[in-house]
Design a protein around this ligand. Structure first.
Ligand code: GAR
Length: 222
């Protein structure tokens, strides 16, 4: 086994955030090993991307399990067996069972397309528009049993412009997500960001607020 931090990625969809992680590694900005890409959908684009990059893949069908916990227990057992040290949810569209994920708290992050704590769950772009918010964004947070509710590590912010519709907003946000997720993971695997005593710490100090993605692509406390 290599000495680089070992990452497994979970994704349900097209996998553009996975692609961004792979590209960051290619550029030498993310010194990690991707040991597994897992999905709840056999036709997920993310699995095809992983195959093309020679990363082992796993597709598990939730319908072949009696209940959510059964699926999640099997999924997390297989993730552990992959040797992964960190889990990244990159568009994984399932609610996770609290018991199954408990051993991973502090070692699992998720990217969510809103400025959490605003708009947990679905339709985040639409909800930001409907609320006439001046800005929108994306968040990376530690995953806990609470849906989209774990402590937020880092955010990217985006002004909402007059006339924006849901699709335009999503399109403008996505490239920011693609910078945010690798930047946050990089801080995590280098131990600059750590989960300690149930809370995120940055450079040894409790994180007072989420880090913000700058125009230079660097995460900092603003
Ligand atoms: C991304 O926008 C991500 O933030 C969102 O799903 C999309 C996946 O796109 N995640 C969630 O909504 C999680 N609650 P991708 O498959 O192209 O990376």
């Amino acid at each position: 086994m290599s000495s680089s931090p070992r990452i497994a990625v979970l994704a349900s969809g097209r996998g553009s955030n996975l692609a961004a992680l792979l590209a960051a590694r290619e550029r030498g900005e993310l010194p990690v090993d991707f040991v597994l890409v897992a999905s709840d959908r056999a036709n997920a684009g993310a699995l095809r991307l992983a195959e093309a990059a020679n990363i082992p893949t796993l597709a598990l069908d939730p319908r072949s399990y009696p209940d959510r916990r059964g699926f999640d227990m099997d999924l997390f057992a297989r993730l552990a067996a992959s040797g992964a040290e960190w889990l990244v949810l990159a568009g994984f569209m399932r609610i996770l069972d609290g018991t199954a994920l408990a051993p991973w708290v502090g070692r699992m992050i998720n990217i969510h397309p809103s400025l959490l704590p605003k708009y947990r769950g679905l339709h985040t772009h639409r909800r930001a528009l409907e609320a006439n918010d001046p800005e929108h964004g994306a968040s990376v947070h530690f995953v806990t049993a609470e849906l989209d509710g774990g402590p937020v590590i880092a955010q990217a912010r985006l002004p909402i412009e007059a006339g924006d519709d849901e699709q335009q907003l999503a399109q403008r946000l996505l490239p920011l997500e693609h910078r945010l997720l690798p930047a946050a993971l990089s801080l995590l695997v280098s131990n600059q960001l750590q989960w300690r005593n149930g809370a995120p710490h940055f450079n040894g100090q409790p994180l007072p607020r989420p880090l913000t993605l700058g125009a230079d692509g660097v995460l900092s406390l603003k």
